[in-house]
Design a protein around this ligand. Sequence first.
Ligand code: MN
Ligand code: MN
Length: 297
Amino acid sequence: MSTDVDLGSEPYEKNREAGEILQTVRAEAVDRIEVGESHLELAEYVEDHIRELGGEPAFPVNVCIDEEAAHGTPSIDDDATFGEEMINIDIGVHVDGWLADSAITVDLSGNDELVEASTEALEAAIEMVEPGIDTGVLGDVIGRTIEGYGYKPIVNLTGHGLGHWEQHTTPNIPNKKVPQGVELEVGDVVAIEPFATDGRGKVTEGNDEEIFALEREASVRNREARQALEHITEQFRTLPFATRWLDVSRAGMTLRRLKQRDIVHGYPVLKEEAGSLVSQKEHTVIVTEDGCEVTTR
Ligand code: MN
Ligand code: MN
């Protein structure tokens, strides 16, 4: 992006609007979380309120517990409730395809230091953001801050650029030092998201899959599949959606059918090793002439 980019233009205004909606619903989510509260009710409350405030969820509200790091969201008949656990809530909002992405950890397990580690790492990285900063330098400060607490950063999860109707674009923001990053430029919109863990520092794919996204356009003959595909193409485009968002009968089976034909792809839950804990903190920032503007706080 060139240096004469207009940070007051409509796309950035919509990024900011998405960020403001996100701040409101994130605070409400934090207030509602307590032992016994339903995962499904929390996710639906947040998603509904995003819509009432004039945005759309950019992806299903992620509810990840303990060793789960990303891509968990309640199923349509989910009866899980919160216990004395480490709870990561990741929320995305868009206004006309312009996005904000932010996550927070609510700790009911008595491990505040792990939450502090990801929080401090994010603050340290945000402090350093300015035009010309190398993303590898940001990764280094994130990794070192988390290690300073005696924990590990999750190195195979990264922050990312946010594009129009695109939740993950370049550049990646690593959570450890990398030899060659890229330089951020004025006008870049990026999500920075450190993950701290007492596990091995690397996630693997679990079996559960409740989040999907369109991979390619195609025509299908099956009635439910055709309805689902129309709904997906019109509402979500290539943004991620939840099985429970599809207003068709047998949504799970329909999605498996579309996945088999590579028309949609799934996002399996990403997990640390069993018995470990993960904390995450994420904000979206716009790179400005002399630093950055955090749209999600
Ligand atoms: Mn996120
Ligand atoms: Mn993100």
